[in-house]
Design a protein around this ligand. Sequence first.
Ligand code: PLP
Length: 376
Amino acid sequence: MGKGNICFQVYGGVEVVKQVYNFNAGPAALPATVLAQAQAELLDFNQTGMSVMELSHRGLDYEGVHNEAQHLLRELLAIPDDYAVLFLQGGASLQFSMIPMNFLTNAQCGNYVLTGVWSEKALAEGDLLGDTFVGASSKEINYTKIPNLNEIVVRDQDAYVHITTNNTIYGTQWHQYPNFTTAPLLADMSSDILSKPIPINQFGLIYAGAQKNLGPSGVTVVIVKQELLNNRATAIPTMLKYRTYFDNNSMYNTPPTFGIYVLGLVLKDAQAKGGLAVIAKENKIKAQLLYEVIDGSNGFYQGHAKSCSRSLMNVTFTLPTETLTQDFLAKATAAGFVGLNGHRLVGGCRASTYNAVPLATCEALRDFMLAFHKQS
Ligand SMILES: *Cc1c(COP(=O)(O)O)cnc(C)c1O
């Protein structure tokens, strides 16, 4: 459909031509300024005559990159001093295993709140490695909402309570977090970390694969209360023990240096935008644009999530028939929209409106949805 789809975006003086409206669920859009800076520095980083990828991870130049990324994350998320910031590999999925390995000891039980496929996968790894308990679940209502906080059952033998703060596939999100006195709260924040301010001290551990809101795939960020690392869990392979990363500033072995560098650029960009309060406000406006179309469509577009649990990161919806859904997706693709198909497990449509998805991109989708409805 030609020229109309080309979106000129100017970021901090850099004009970038975006041929597509990227709504991918992950890996997902990165800020155009970040990509431009990575490109400009690719062949000669910081006058080293080398790319970041070619630097020794034991040298001062890389160490600066590594520590600055940690420092920026601490600043942006207001992470208290008694929490460690770790960089790992293996994605969020490896955290599903590392959590029970490190914390399920002494005949205790891992408590999982089920709110979607990712929490089911976390539970499955806990089952492999120890005893588990489901403290609450919205499976029977097809994961259309987050359980009420007072519905979550926690027992004395629970070593932790695990939640998934944003359910990327179903499009639901926790808008407040529980506070338990007997067990630390551990959270998979892969798809909403950095999207808003977080009360870090309500959590024992937070983890996130980087490829949604933080940077490229290949880096996993873990934020953990240091006292949780003093447990005596034994017989954990060195690379699967949080303590190893803590004791070695996440450089026991070679860290994913280029990914951490891009993460640092993303964090700098978030800081330049005004920090998480500003970003949260914009994210709300972006998602709201699309929810307003859904709510105003007389049932033509049907949101998957109940209003109280709607995600500001992943907007999920279907059309009245599968044929119309497919027609919508095909015409959207032709109009330059990418990544609007729902997850293969649930079908329908999904627009992921992460931090790096510009407001103008969401406005373009709103306009497309309105036009498609009108012509149908
Ligand atoms: C994408 C995603 C995952 C999987 O992440 P990997 O890094 O691919 O292992 C896990 N949890 C949530 C909430 C996600 O959105």
